[in-house]
Design a protein. Structure first.
Length: 449
């Protein structure tokens, strides 16, 4: 068996994006918890210090912290972060890191070691190319602080609390060593974080490949069982027809109780044939569509006329709501089959004295829509979707295949079949077909691609 590369690649991207979004959100929460720290550390530099520029640095740091808090608050309820949102936090955090470090002595700031976890976090949270850019940006900021420290461009760079002046007493050799070690640690943290991200991606890909292989094997088994079941159902049709014919012949020769029992037998054979026919329709591959411009309102009237006798026997009125002409690009035979199934379900559910309504209209986007409405007991919310699964039915003698096949036919058109509760009681079956222009253009684009 071969793996499914394209679906797996898309799955890897989706799982990775969601996982790193959660991780990013956790990192953001930690940073929010620590957000007062830079302002507090910067404020320590103001103790006994009269430098005006340092006061501006602390004020700027406070402003950046407030901006970061506002940005993080806007992400709180979003399940997946976008590219722009993921970029916003470093754009706030890196300038904050630079401003606070300069106010505390540049390269001799006690917060310089924070470059290690920052570089590690960006390497894990961002793709390798972006992580390398962030690492380069971080090293550039450290280089700026080192240049200010080495050149002595700011005479009162070190706060009075830490000794004051251009330096805090460290020699050039020690400062160069600190710069080299810091650069190495940033690059090392970037490498380790990128490696961990790559390892995580490999684990996700392996897991999704295994899932795809299992699903493919399961689909093949289901396909084989469906084919076998279809063949068995087809073989059963002939014996049932023979049983039905023999019962009809015997019924002409008997009277009384035996004749009644044969009538019951024939009805049960009819029901078995109906179930087998439904199963065969469901198990067969869907035939290609034979599409044309079809008046949906006319189709509704045809289906209503077909069921006038059934509706009369059950004491239910059947009405087609008139309106402007509605046209759709579809296979009339298949859409009629769906409508027949839906209308029969509505007639089965509708109480005597009520009305089953059919209405077709065109939506603003050009899509065709048909609704079949009844006043029956309706379906519980948890059952509404399950009735489209094969074998699930609310009827005592139903096969549970009709709605499953009907939805498959609608989706073959690029449309949908759904059920919803009706205001005032009852159920509404909704058939949606794509706009005629969209349905015509789609095959053309596929043919050109």
């Amino acid at each position: 068996m071969h793996s499914l590369p394209q679906p797996t690649a898309a799955g890897v991207e989706q799982v990775q994006r969601e996982a790193f979004s959660r991780m990013f959100r956790q990192v953001t929460r930690v940073l929010l918890f620590l957000s007062p720290l830079p302002v507090v550390m910067g404020s320590l530099g103001l103790i006994g210090d009269t430098a005006e520029w340092r006061r501006w640095c602390v004020a700027l740091a406070l402003g950046l912290v407030l901006v970061g808090l506002g940005v993080a608050a806007s992400w709180r309820r979003q399940p997946v972060l976008s590219h722009e949102q993921g970029t916003a936090l470093p754009l706030v955090a890196f300038p904050l890191f630079t401003v606070v470090n300069l106010s505390l002595g540049g390269l001799e700031s006690p917060l310089i070691p924070l470059v290690l976890p920052v570089a590690f976090a960006t390497a894990i949270l961002f793709p390798p190319a972006r992580a390398r850019r962030w690492a380069g940006y971080l090293l550039a900021l450290v280089a700026v602080q080192a240049a200010v420290t080495f050149t002595g461009a700011v005479g009162d760079l070190v706060p009075a609390l830490f000794g004051g002046g251009q330096r805090a007493g460290h020699s050039d050799a020690l400062l160069v060593t600190m710069l080299v070690v810091t650069t190495f640690l940033v690059l090392w943290a970037n490498f380790i974080g990128t490696t961990m991200r790559h390892t995580f991606r490999g684990m996700v890909r392996t897991a999704l490949d295994a899932r795809d292989e299992a699903l493919k094997a399961h689909e093949e088994r289901v396909r084989s069982l469906t084919t076998l079941s279809g063949e068995i159902a087809h073989e059963l049709k002939n014996p049932l027809a023979s049983v039905k014919g023999l019962a009809a012949m015997i019924a002409r020769e008997v009277e009384g109780r035996p004749a009644e029992r044969l009538a019951v037998l024939r009805r049960e054979v009819d029901r078995m044939q109906e179930i087998l026919e439904g199963f065969l329709n469901f198990s067969r591959p869907l035939l290609p569509l034979n599409e044309a411009h079809v008046p949906l309102d006319g189709l509704c009237r045809q289906v209503a006329e077909l069921h006038e006798g059934m509706a009369g026997e059950r004491g239910v009125a059947l009405r087609v709501t008139e309106g402007p002409p509605v046209e759709a690009w579809c296979d009339a035979r298949k859409v009629r089959q769906v409508l027949i199934d839906v209308v029969q379900n509505a007639l089965d559910a509708a109480p005597r004295g009520t009305t089953v309504e059919l209405q077709a209209w065109t939506l603003p986007g050009g899509e065709g829509r048909v609704e079949v409405r009844d006043r029956g007991p309706g379906l519980a919310e948890e059952v509404r979707e399950r009735v489209f699964e094969p074998g699930i039915t609310t009827k005592p003698h139903g096969s549970g295949l009709g709605l499953a096949l009907s939805r498959a036919l609608m989706r073959q058109h690029g449309g949908e079949l759904g059920l919803r509760a009706r205001d005032g009681g009852g159920c509404v079956a909704e058939l949606l077909l794509p706009a005629a222009s969209q349905a015509v253009e789609a095959p053309r684009k596929e043919a050109l691609s």
